[in-house]
Design a protein around this ligand. Structure first.
Ligand code: SF4
Length: 498
């Protein structure tokens, strides 16, 4: 059985995924989506950028014949080629440990093998591996994978490299991995993974938006989680908290909903607020209705409605450090009108221009609150003000008008939803985006496509999506205001009747 570095990387993110990759029926996997395609393209472009600085050789790709590629790689190493891109190295797991009961072949395909002075089976030179990673930080999982490449390489060349490199997307891109620290950790992870492969059931799933959305087993895992009312679908249940709940035999929604918050509040990472919120969240899902939290904001704050309100949403391209679309929906409640403004930087150089246009618009309504969903808009306005040296007197009064609807919502109420993302909440309210497949991440891809092709249809779909985000934010704000007004009038009526 073959284990490669990708399996090891994925195992550190989700114990289930590489076990399914090896043991499950591959036809059950989801088809690749646009986001994965973009990631793949970004990776290729990143590799090309780095390789442009090297004279390198690469073994010929021979589909389905890894031994042939390995033989070519060994031939390049034997010749003492300075840089080898995507060589293939193989090693037997039995050579690493006595504990393996079954035969596993370990396949390493380091992005680069770099020649350096030393003594190896090839002569008075040796190689060290380097991994080109799209991330900016030397994440633990990258370091374990680098140690895997180094260990297979050590078996092949007869000498252990003194380091392994991570080439990261930072100015000082070369990060040396401490192999003395990471090799034992990598071996532990590998051994645990091999044991998981030998058990007939794959490890339990844990649905987490961040990692599962990019996984080709998502549809399968999500269907299982939904059929079981799995606790990972409950907002606030993280993998660590899930383990804590399991230790208390709280493994179902019902058991959690019927628990006293005092049972949870002394657990690490919990306090009385977190514990209460989690229990009420479970009750909210079971009862399929919103429930007010004891931490709810004062009535005047949460039901406040201004004559003119602005709803603000940004689209950004993080790779370019660019906020290219500032969308504002102006709602005049007295005149009963609404108008959407889309300040779009068609090229990155236009960012300053759209920033000015945004400021001009929000200053036309100096008393209007500016509603947004989550902290990104607030942080971005601070970033743009600093970048373009906007006077404090122009920016601070604007920032003082910002109201984060997400914060208001999560402090005041629990909803019967799987997450507090704008999309999920607004859809629960019945709001629909005009382009069903659109998302913030896809907009990043589409903006890249616009820059690449000049096809305006990419800009149009981004602008529609951004406008719908502003309308969705408004629908959440309106719902919250109405919900609390109704709840408070019910409370007042029942108090009056006593
Ligand atoms: S969908 Fe999530 S839980 Fe399932 S295998 Fe993928 S990452 Fe793991």
């Amino acid at each position: 059985m073959l284990i490669n570095a990708e399996h090891l990387l994925q195992y550190q993110r989700c114990k289930r995924r590489p076990v399914l990759d090896i043991n499950a029926d591959k036809s059950q996997r989801d088809a690749p989506n646009d986001l994965l395609a973009k990631l793949h393209q970004d990776k290729i472009a990143y590799h090309r950028g780095i390789l442009a600085g090297f004279t390198y050789e690469q073994p010929k790709y021979s589909p389905g014949n890894r031994e042939a590629v390995e033989a070519e790689t060994l031939e390049l190493m034997q010749r003492g080629v300075e840089y080898i891109y995507h060589g293939v190295l193989l090693s037997n797991y039995q050579d690493w440990t006595d504990t393996a009961s079954e035969k596993y072949t370990l396949l390493s395909r380091p992005d680069l093998l770099i020649k350096q002075p030393g003594q190896s089976c090839f002569g008075d030179w040796m190689y060290v591996p380097a991994s080109m990673e799209l991330g900016k930080r030397p994440k633990q999982e990258y370091q374990a994978v680098a140690a895997f490449h180094a260990q297979v390489l050590a078996n092949v060349q007869g000498v252990t490299p003194d380091t392994a490199w991570l080439l990261l997307r930072t100015k000082d891109s070369g990060y040396p991995v401490d192999l003395a620290k990471w090799t034992p950790q990598m071996l532990k992870i590998l051994e645990e993974f091999i044991q998981a492969l030998q058990v007939s059931d794959a490890p339990e799933m844990f649905i987490s938006r961040q990692k599962c959305n990019l996984c080709h087993w998502h549809s399968q895992c999500y269907a299982i989680a939904q059929s079981q009312n799995h606790l990972s679908l409950l907002p606030g249940v993280t993998p660590v908290r899930y383990a804590q709940l399991q230790a208390l035999s709280l493994t179902t929604l019902e058991s959690l909903a019927n628990t006293s918050p005092t049972t949870l509040e002394d657990l690490p990472g919990f306090d009385s607020i977190v514990a209460t919120k989690l229990v009420i969240q479970a009750q909210s899902v079971i009862e399929k209705r919103p429930l007010i939290l004891p931490t709810s904001l004062p009535k005047a704050e949460i039901t406040f409605t201004a004559p003119v309100e602005l709803y603000f949403d940004i689209e950004a391209q993080p790779d370019l450090d660019l906020d290219y679309l500032l969308g504002v929906l102006v709602v005049d409640r007295q005149k009963n009108t609404q108008q959407f403004y889309s300040f779009l930087a068609e090229t990155p150089a236009d960012e300053e221009l759209v920033w000015q246009q945004f400021l001009d618009l929000v200053w036309q309504y100096p008393n209007a609150p500016i509603y947004h969903f989550c902290v990104y808009e607030f942080d971005t306005v601070k970033r743009l003000a600093k970048l373009y040296r906007t006077p404090y007197s122009l920016v601070n009064p604007v920032l003082n008008r910002f109201v984060d609807i997400y914060e208001q919502l999560i402090q005041s109420v629990t909803l019967p939803v799987e997450s507090y993302a704008l999309k999920v909440i607004a859809r629960w309210l019945g709001f629909e985006w005009r382009d069903k497949e659109a998302s913030g991440a896809k907009c990043i891809y589409w903006y890249d496509k616009w820059l690449e092709t000049g096809d305006r249809s990419f800009l149009e779909i981004i602008q529609r999506y951004n406008e719908d985000d502003c309308h969705a934010t408004r629908s959440v704000k309106d719902w919250l205001t109405n919900f609390f007004q109704n709840e408070y009038s019910i409370i007042q009526e029942s108090e009056a009747s006593l």
